[in-house]
Structures are given as structure tokens and as C-alpha cells.
Design a protein around this ligand. Structure first.
Ligand code: VG1
Ligand code: CO
Length: 584
């Protein structure tokens, strides 16, 4: 099919609040559907990029409500801004790590991802858009702030329309995203434009196959003492999970639950954690389900997050990345030459630091958000990265990757159990890791959709508290008391800032932290991914080197620190919240 178009410049005016958050622009669908809302942002993006004419980008999303409409709008803007080609995922779908792999595999100019990740979808919920650069990773701050600047001054956008003299049907509206292949549009004003509908999984699955020993993983699936369950949470990973776990590894079709991508994720919150993936957690608990699988896993709406469970056992994301790094060389062919460095986000517990120290490699601590890992990966200074927010990944792409993390754990279980009569459980693997390295107890409390005013006032109160503590200090290494009733003193009270070691860019105000003299930490941050109100995140960590103290429940182990954090922050007084929405 072909058609022709003309380029029209359409007048518009700036719309407030189009600032990129931790990971793209996320707003309610109704906000995105306002006249010119998406057009303004995408034109502002294109206007901020150099050398765009004649280039190719990838485009796809997590399949949430309004995904396909947005794709058509973006294709018109792309055509009218002189792009030569847009590679669109089949049916408009590309999971976040897959789009990163498409950009890298074909040396594309960049890509646009339509997702609000783990935020709920549907007409009354969230939509989102994010731009990724040529390395396949989220646009750095320099690009996102240029986009934001343009949104404040935009006066027109370029749009592909049916030529005046042409009474033919609109060719853009007629493109069938369910048919793979190319559609060429001739341009009455210049060079032609192509929409290419590509397979959503081919490049990505080929990449994963090159990284892992699929024959060995297949042998694990064939063991009578191993069973596996993957929860796609009605997000984008269902078809990918089916292709990998069922078609390639020989799992039973039932090993993928909630495998059908739905525009509203079945009304659920597609966030793989103990609260929102409760159904999977219950299925993996032998007390509730005698047939509990040996390994359970889940992924979020756009496929970049993961949760890993053993039989009745939860692997914290901070432990998960540490363990993957510890076992990488022996268990995962992609890492067979060893690691040069690893990285974690600041609030992520320090289990990874201990592995890095043991391996004698670099450890980087970056602000929250995957974009901060990109430069380190490009410079080969971090091969494995992780965030406490269920994000794990490596330098095979420049996004976190849910299915990659699940394959890492399958590889670890396969490796540990190879040649043994009985399967080595995930619980045993983690407990043995703690014995060797010590355990970093970690928990995060989320207070979602708190009133913005109260949340900001609480953060200002913490700033004041920190300033007073630091001012009262006699010398920079004198321990500080946070509370008269709490004997452990504080060694550091600050708001985290980071200077990128590669390009020297600086990020400030990335989270208020109290680091105690024994290494324990309490951290407060405001989320940058919500679409309304404010979400407060409270992170707590404590290190336990003694094997005898490692097997207690994390909540019990962290209780004194969490109580202290709630007391000194006056969270309840500022927000009216007694309980968090989610505890991880
Ligand atoms: C959250 C997480 C952060 C993650 C981000 C995007 O950000 O804390 O670690 O990188 O979501 O993940 P915030 O600002 O809400 O704390 V995803 O899966 O939404 O792309
Ligand atoms: Co996500």
C-alpha cells in the first residue's frame, strides 16, 4: 500500500507541565488526549534533535489504552519532520527492553516508547511517552530539558496531511499495524516516508539467545523436580514470555499466567511487587498452594521490571542484582569474561557493593532512574546494574530488562543444580549468599497519591533537620544524634548528588539520606513517575554480617529504623497517612 501526503505547519500554543519525570512524561490519558498535547511534546522533541531528517527511529509501546492512536499521530509528525522511516512494533507493541534492542541492532537514530510502565492503564488511568537515544537508553537530562524548554515556547508543529488536491482516503489512518511489512508514503513536498511494521520480539529474542545457554535452561525445564510460573500481569510481556518460556524452553503453556496484553491490564496495577502481584505470591507459597512452583517471576506493564520468587521466598531486587553479579561469570555465558564494574541506584541496598569488593571491580552509585546507567555502560564501566524498584539489567541493552533478569535466575538455578540429584532451591542460593557476604535487610514504604503540599512540607522539614544536624556538628566526622532516644548515631545527613564520571554532568537533590555509623540507612525521596499528587518513598536498610541474625523477617529487622524515620520526619502529621500504600 502507498499514499501521499503534504507537510502542513499547524499553529499551536505551549501547554504547561510537559516536563519529563524519572522516566518520561506520564499523565492521565485524558490529559494526553487534549488537543495538541501529544503533538506539542513530540514536535518539541523533534525540534531539539540534530540531524533528524532522513533518519530512522523505532516506535512502540506497552499496548495500553490509546497506544495505537498515539502511534498514528507520532508517525504523521515524524513524516512531516523529515524522518525517512519509523519502525513500529507489530500491533504497536514493543516492550521497553525490546525497543532498546531494536535501536541498537539497527543503529537507529533513537526511539519513542509509549508507556507509563507499572502505572494502571485504561481510559481513566495513565499514558506515557519517553524518548531513547542512539545507544538505546533513555534520553539524558540534557535532552529532556531541551524538550521541556521547547514545550514552553512552541508555536507550531509540522504535520503530515492529505494533499489538498488529493481526494483519496487518508493513508496514515489506513496503515494496518497488525500486518508486518512496509508502507511507503510519497511526499508532495519532499522525500518519501516509510512505516515499517516489524516483529515485536525477533531482535530482542535473538539477542537473549546469544547471551544464555538455552539448551541448559531447557534441560532445567525438563527436570521433573523443577517447575516455573511467570506472571505477565496482562502487560506487554505475555507474548514474549510465551515465546521464550514455552516455545523455546519447553515450559507448559500454563507457565505463563495473565499472558494476554490488555489495554487496561485487566484493571490491575501492573507492578511486580508483593502487593500488586499478590496472586502470584500466593501461588508460590506452599502453605497456600501445595503445587507451588520452584520459581515464580513477574514483570511490569512495559516489561522492564521483574520480581523473582522461590517457593514461599521473596528475593529482594537489591539481593537479586548482587547475586546475579556474583554468579555472572560462572552461570551466564554473556558474562564469561567476567565483569569490569557494576552499578546500583542510591536507594538500592548495598549487597552489590560487597560483591564488587570481593570481585575487585568498580561499584557506582547513581541517582534513581535507569538513564544514569547509560554512560557507565557505554564506557564499559558497568556491565550489570540494578535498582531496588525491581529493575535489573545489563549492557546488552540500555534499559532494565525483566525477562533478562528472569533468565539470569533460571541460569543460576540451572548452574547450581546441574549434576545434582535434587534441585538447589532459590532460598538456599540466597541464604548461602548471605552467609558469605552478609545480609542487607531492605524495605521500602510507598505513600502513594499524597497531597503535594503536605509532601513538600515534609521534605522541607527534613531539609531543615539535616541542616541543623550538620550545623551543630563540631567536625565533619563527628557522629550526629538524630533522636535523643536512638543510640545509633548518624555519620552523614545530606541530599544525594551525583556527578557523572563520563560527561561530568551533575544531578542534585536526588534523595535525603541519613547514613548511620554502622552503615544502616534511612532515605526519603519523592517519586518522579506519578501522574497525580505526590508519592513519598521511604527506604530503610541495615547490614547484618552475623549468620545467626540473618534469618529474621526484614520488617522486624528494620523496625527500629523505620519507626525512627516516621518519628523524625513527622510523616503522619504532614500527610495524614498512618500506613503506607505499598510495603516492599
Ligand atoms: C520509579 C523507581 C525508579 C525507576 C522508575 C522507572 O521512579 O523508583 O527506580 O527507575 O520508577 O521505572 P520514582 O521516581 O517513581 O521513584 V519504570 O518500570 O516506571 O520505567
Ligand atoms: Co516499567
Amino acid at each position: 500500500m502507498t499514499g501521499s501526503f503534504a507537510i502542513k505547519s499547524i499553529p499551536t500554543s505551549p501547554i504547561d507541565g510537559q516536563k519529563t519525570g524519572t522516566s518520561g512524561l506520564r499523565k492521565k490519558v485524558s490529559v494526553f488526549q487534549q488537543p495538541n498535547y501529544l503533538h506539542n511534546w513530540v514536535q518539541s522533541l523533534f525540534s531539539s534533535l540534530d540531524g533528524l531528517p532522513g533518519s530512522t527511529i523505532a516506535l512502540g509501546g506497552d499496548g495500553r489504552y490509546w497506544n495505537k492512536d498515539a502511534i498514528r499521530i507520532i508517525c504523521r509528525l515524524a513524516a512531516a519532520n523529515g524522518l525517512a522511516r519509523v519502525k513500529v512494533g507489530h500491533n504497536g507493541i514493543l516492550c521497553t527492553p525490546a525497543i532498546s534492542s531494536v535501536i541498537r541492532a539497527h543503529d537507529l537514530y533513537g526511539g519513542i516508547i509509549l508507556t507509563a510502565s507499572h502505572n494502571p492503564g485504561g481510559p481513566t488511568n495513565d499514558f506515557g511517552i519517553k524518548y531513547n537515544v542512539a545507544n538505546g537508553g533513555p534520553a539524558p537530562e540534557t535532552v529532556t530539558s531541551a524538550i521541556f524548554k521547547n514545550t514552553a515556547t512552541i508555536s507550531e508543529y509540522n504535520y503530515a496531511v492529505v494533499p489538498d488536491a488529493d481526494h483519496a482516503a487518508d493513508p496514515f489512518a489506513a496503515v494496518d499495524l497488525s500486518v508486518k511489512g512496509e508502507t511507503t508514503f510519497s511526499n508532495v513536498d519532499g522525500p518519501s516516508f516509510v512505516i515499517e511494521v516489524i516483529d515485536s520480539a525477533d531482535d530482542y529474542v535473538t539477542l537473549l539467545q546469544s547471551m544464555f545457554d538455552f539448551a541448559k535452561l531447557k534441560a532445567l525445564f525438563a527436570r521433573p523436580d523443577f517447575s516455573f510460573l511467570f506472571d505477565a500481569m496482562n502487560g506487554v510481556t505475555g507474548p514474549y514470555g510465551h515465546r521464550i518460556f514455552v516455545d523455546l524452553l519447553g515450559g507448559k503453556p500454563e507457565c505463563v499466567m495473565r499472558g494476554e496484553p490488555l489495554e487496561d491490564f485487566g484493571g490491575a496495577h501492573p507492578d511486580p511487587n508483593l502487593t500488586y502481584a499478590a496472586e502470584l505470591v500466593a501461588k508460590c507459597d506452599p502453605k497456600q498452594n501445595p503445587q507451588a512452583p520452584d520459581m515464580g517471576a513477574a514483570s511490569d506493564g512495559d516489561g522492564d521490571r521483574n520480581m523473582v520468587l522461590g517457593k514461599g521466598f521473596f528475593v529482594t531486587p537489591s539481593d537479586s542484582v548482587a547475586l546475579i553479579a556474583a554468579k555472572a561469570k560462572e552461570a551466564i555465558p554473556y558474562f564469561k569474561n567476567g565483569l569490569k564494574g557494576v552499578a546500583r541506584s542510591m536507594p538500592t541496598a548495598g549487597a552489590l557493593d560487597r560483591v564488587a569488593a570481593e570481585l575487585g571491580i568498580e561499584l557506582h552509585e547513581v541517582p534513581t532512574g535507569w538513564k544514569y546507567f547509560g554512560n557507565l555502560m557505554d564506557a564499559e564501566r558497568a556491565q550489570i546494574c540494578g535498582e531496588e524498584s525491581f529493575g535489573t539489567g545489563s549492557d546488552h541493552v540500555r534499559e532494565k530488562d525483566g525477562i533478562f533478569a528472569v533468565l539470569c535466575w533460571l541460569a543460576i538455578v540451572a548452574h547450581e543444580s546441574a549434576g545434582k540429584d535434587a534441585l538447589v532451591s532459590i532460598e538456599d542460593i540466597v541464604i548461602n549468599h548471605w552467609k558469605k557476604y552478609g545480609r542487607n535487610f531492605f524495605s521500602r514504604y510507598d505513600y502513594e497519591e499524597v497531597e503535594t503540599k503536605g509532601a513538600n512540607a515534609m521534605m522541607a522539614h527534613i531539609d531543615e533537620l539535616q541542616a541543623n544536624m550538620n550545623a551543630a556538628r563540631g567536625s565533619p566526622d563527628e557522629p550526629m544524634a538524630l533522636d535523643p532516644d536512638f543510640s545509633t548515631k548518624v555519620a552523614l545527613a545530606d541530599n544525594f548528588s551525583y556527578v557523572d564520571p563520563i560527561d561530568g554532568s551533575e544531578a542534585t537533590g536526588q534523595g535525603r539520606r541519613f547514613v548511620f555509623t554502622d552503615g544502616s540507612r534511612v532515605i526519603f525521596r519523592l517519586s518522579g513517575t506519578g501522574s497525580s499528587g505526590a508519592t513519598i518513598r521511604l527506604y530503610a536498610e541495615r547490614y547484618e554480617p552475623d549468620e545467626n541474625g540473618q534469618l529474621v523477617n526484614a520488617q522486624a529487622a528494620l523496625k527500629p529504623f523505620i519507626e525512627l524515620a516516621l518519628k523524625v520526619s513527622k510523616l503522619e502529621a504532614f500527610t495524614g497517612r498512618r500506613e503506607p500504600t505499598v510495603i516492599t
